[in-house]
Design a protein around this ligand. Sequence first.
Ligand SMILES: CC(C)(COP(=O)(O)OP(=O)(O)OC[C@H]1O[C@@H](n2cnc3c(N)ncnc32)[C@H](O)[C@@H]1OP(=O)(O)O)[C@@H](O)C(=O)NCCC(=O)NCCS
Ligand SMILES: [Zn+2]
Length: 193
Amino acid sequence: MSNETYIHPTAIVEEGAEIGENTKIWHFCHIRAGAKIGDNVSIGRDCYVDSQVTIGSYSRIQNGVSIYNGVTIDEYCFVGPHVIFTNDQSPRVLKKGWEILNTKLELGASLGAGSIIRCGVQLGRFTMIGAGSVVTKNTKDFSLHLGLPSVQKGYVCACGDRRLEKSDKVVFDCCVEKLPDHMIDKIKKDIHE
Ligand SMILES: CC(C)(COP(=O)(O)OP(=O)(O)OC[C@H]1O[C@@H](n2cnc3c(N)ncnc32)[C@H](O)[C@@H]1OP(=O)(O)O)[C@@H](O)C(=O)NCCC(=O)NCCS
Ligand SMILES: [Zn+2]
């Protein structure tokens, strides 16, 4: 853990959790041994991060989110307040041999406040999920989804400013103006135009 990392005194970070540089863990969080949290991440108040969870650099987890085993969060993701993740498709108390179903947030995905992400889905790069939506299916890169169950309502650019028809372009002028250079470089490197 580097000197720049900040852990609020009320947070519990178990020995064996990896916390990156400049990462901030706020009030009353619990980070389990084995969790891997990248650089420049913010974990808001009252969050729980399970033992095999990975959270990529520059991601932001807002208040009150529990991130269970099976969930992987790539870089530059935004998880809104009180988002609900799941990892058991058919939960029953005392059931033997239940299996974790994995959920993946790819580069830059944003989840609106209070959205529910059913386990087993892959959320594409820069997908945006509306507040309160229930996601039950995979989403495509740059797609916007709303509702219960959520349905696709078009596309959104990397900075989130404009709604688009499907485009092969990955960076627009608005994105260059509003996003930091390291994020634009990452988008260009990882998503080929
Ligand atoms: C999904 C979202 C990005 C859409 O923004 P937008 O395109 O500006 O939305 P608009 O206000 O123009 O609404 C367009 C339509 O979608 C509906 N809509 C908007 N957000 C919705 C949502 N979360 N769930 C269901 N429907 C929604 C509107 O009611 C409207 O419906 P209509 O066409 O029947 O009138 C935005 O509403 C949202 O949910 N943002 C996330 C906010 C959030 O949780 N932030 C977290 C940090 S605080
Ligand atoms: Zn943009």
